[in-house]
Design a protein around this ligand. Structure first.
Ligand code: NAP
Length: 313
């Protein structure tokens, strides 16, 4: 397989990069700023693309690779891949479901605790020497708060399971009510937001769910409500979120993802009621290793003519 051209869309994981380099003819896209020239020289040798949550395979890239057979994503979310174009051209697509679910759900709970209890602000208080001048102000209790989840999928379900251990009543919104799920279902995001303290975004990013959290939803959550986003940045209308936080129309937000990563609205840096993370939901050594093995396993299965491990298309 050493002669098979595999294009890595951006740097994502050193182990994955090393293993791809050992097993395939690895081409690192980021090493070639002149992409037109690079594609002119290499397009015909590339049979696979490896992408992630930051860079995948859009229609333009797919069209420019005549021998592309498979796009293997080092992520569960597929919003950076043109799935329709892949289907049309018979290109296979794989992702990394399940193996990252626990880490992302753990982080969602961490964000809820950190935001409501203001853990990072308390830490800054101690480090800055302010404790000597007086006690830190009171924060908001997490246990028992109603948690509303947008997207009761693998990650949404894992978040619900964890939040239940904190005696939090759970409600959710998905396109349809899930049979056999005991949590309260609301048929719209506004109704969900009106009836919870903490709204968690955990759905897939599609054209339908872009800005699923807009001004109406933020207003429904209200000045005592908190927003947690571990889905994708474009799920939330970011300028609306920033103004709601600055104007005190929302109690706080815990955000792992942003609309224009790695750029984060600077207005948020001044606020103690927000916790900002650099898209690290699945970012543990253990999980990233298993995700990398899944990408490698899918590519090898494909080129050996075996069934894919986690096919999407
Ligand atoms: P999943 O099992 O496929 O769940 C996705 C959920 O989204 C489903 O329950 C689906 O419910 C819901 N959904 C899809 N379209 C919807 C719509 N129009 N309105 C409302 N809900 C909709 O996926 P997962 O493994 O839980 O992952 C979910 C997402 O988390 C990924 O797509 C990814 O973007 C994000 N993620 C983020 C990180 C991070 O580092 N922060 C890491 C991993 C994943 P219905 O089909 O019933 O509508």
């Amino acid at each position: 397989m050493e002669s098979i051209g595999v294009l890595m869309a951006c740097p994502m994981n050193a182990y994955l990069e090393d293993e791809l380099c050992k097993r395939f003819n690895l081409l690192r896209f980021w090493n070639f700023p002149d992409t037109t020239e690079f594609l002119k020289r290499n397009a015909n040798s590339i049979r696979a693309v490896v992408g992630n949550a930051a860079a995948g395979a859009d229609a333009k890239l797919i069209e420019s690779l005549p021998d592309l057979e498979i796009v293997a994503s080092f992520s569960v979310g597929l919003d950076k891949i043109d799935l329709a174009k892949c289907k049309e051209k018979g290109i296979r697509v794989t992702n990394t479901p399940d193996v990252l679910t626990d880490d992302v759900a753990d982080l969602a709970i961490g964000l809820m605790l950190a935001t409501l209890r203001r853990i990072p602000a308390s830490d800054r208080y101690v480090r800055g020497g302010t404790w000597k001048k007086g006690d830190f102000k009171l924060t908001t209790r997490f246990s028992g708060k109603t948690v509303g989840i947008i997207g009761m999928g693998r990650i949404g379900t894992a978040i619900a399971k964890r939040a239940e251990a904190f005696d939090c009543p759970i409600s959710y919104y998905s396109r349809s009510k899930k049979p056999g799920i005991k949590y309260t279902y609301y048929p719209s995001v506004v109704e969900l937001a009106s009836n919870c303290h903490i709204l968690v975004v955990a759905c897939t990013l599609t054209e339908e769910t872009r800005h699923i959290v807009d001004r109406k939803v933020i207003d429904a959550l209200g000045p005592n409500g908190f927003l947690i986003n571990i889905g994708r940045g474009p799920h939330v209308d970011e300028p609306e979120l920033v103004s709601a936080l600055v104007e005190g129309r929302l109690a706080g937000a815990g955000l792992d993802v942003f609309e224009n990563e790695p750029h984060v609205p600077e207005e948020l840096f001044k606020l103690d009621n927000v916790v900002l993370l650099p898209h690290v939901g699945s970012g543990t050594v253990e999980t990233r290793r298993v995700m990398a093995d899944l990408v490698l396993g899918n590519l090898e299965a494909h080129f050996l003519g075996k069934p894919l491990l986690t096919p999407v298309v």
